[in-house]
Design a protein around this ligand. Structure first.
Ligand code: UTP
Ligand code: MG
Length: 269
């Protein structure tokens, strides 16, 4: 895995996005410190994906500024450096990609290629194979992306992210489509990436995953930051009810938090 560089933190100042004149996000201030694992939670439509896309430079803000600390160069060179440093995993990967799984994962190496020849090196092949192995995808490496299930596609996207590497990882709901075993697997991969010193910003509706992974949780509501703090400060019954409009039970133990919506309690017993 590539070593993190000093290309951080991310500093958003008065950041806002108003497509077609309608306010979707902000204005908000957010600093992501180097080495943080920041988890963004909030109801559907709160602006999590929009915020992640702004942080990744995939959307142009309408207001405010965004700084990627110590990113070198200007213009095209700066964009190239940003592509090397930022890993972006979309919420929904495209459905009809006419590539095999291996070819798609190898594309993750694209920002690192020599800008003149653009050919894959032996190292690119090696990193691709190791990312495929890590996500248990070797057996389906020659299958077409078009033929995959939602969860399989999500694991392939994560393998491409792993192959790319970079100092900052922006992951939009990385476990939505995964079965329990693969959810556990991905959580442990994200923890390993974090332990290696990388910075992660992750959105999720899985509050137990947020409790397990986050160094800080940001609660987003109608495009604004409602609250933020350590998981035990933020993921409380009161805060979650305010945010999602449904009652929650939060059980706290030395092992961590267990969180579930209270309406589901009847179904559990
Ligand atoms: P997001 O897509 O940022 O919300 O859209 P989210 O928090 O990630 O939601 P989930 O949990 O994945 O469902 C925020 C708002 O911005 C609007 C959307 O309709 C939504 O109300 N939006 C999004 C636009 O108006 N234009 C766009 O191009 C994208
Ligand atoms: Mg979203």
């Amino acid at each position: 895995m590539s070593q993190p560089s000093a290309a951080l933190p991310l500093v958003a100042d008065g950041l806002g996005w108003n497509p077609g004149g309608t306010r979707v996000l902000g204005p908000l201030d957010l600093t992501v410190q180097r080495g943080e694992l920041l988890v963004i939670v909030g109801p559907n439509g709160a602006g999590k994906t929009s915020l992640l896309r702004l942080l990744g430079g995939l959307l142009e803000p309408d207001t405010g500024t965004l700084r990627w600390g110590k990113l070198r160069g200007a213009g095209a060179e700066r964009r190239r450096n940003r592509a090397r440093q930022l890993v972006y995993l979309p919420q929904l990967s495209p459905l009809s990609i006419p590539l095999t799984v291996r070819e798609f994962v190898r594309l993750g190496r694209y920002p690192h290629r020599d800008r003149w020849t653009l050919s894959a090196t032996a190292q690119d092949h090696e990193i691709t194979e190791s990312a495929l192995a890590r996500l248990e995808l070797l057996e389906m490496a020659d299958r077409s992306m078009v033929s995959l299930s939602g969860g399989e596609r999500q694991r392939v996207s994560l393998a491409a992210a792993l192959a790319q590497g970079g100092a900052v990882w922006l992951l939009d709901e990385p476990t939505t489509y995964l079965d329990p075993r693969h959810q556990v697997e991905i959580a442990s991969i994200l923890q390993a990436v974090h332990r290696d010193g990388h910075t992660l910003v992750v959105t999720t509706h899985d509050l137990n995953l947020a409790a397990q992974l986050a160094t800080r949780v940001v609660a987003l509501e109608e495009g604004r930051i409602l609250a933020q703090g350590a998981p035990r400060e933020l993921l409380t019954e009161e805060q979650l009810e305010t945010l999602f409009g449904v009652a929650f039970t939060v059980e706290s133990s030395p092992q961590g938090l267990r969180i579930w919506p209270r309406a589901a309690e009847g179904a559990r017993s």
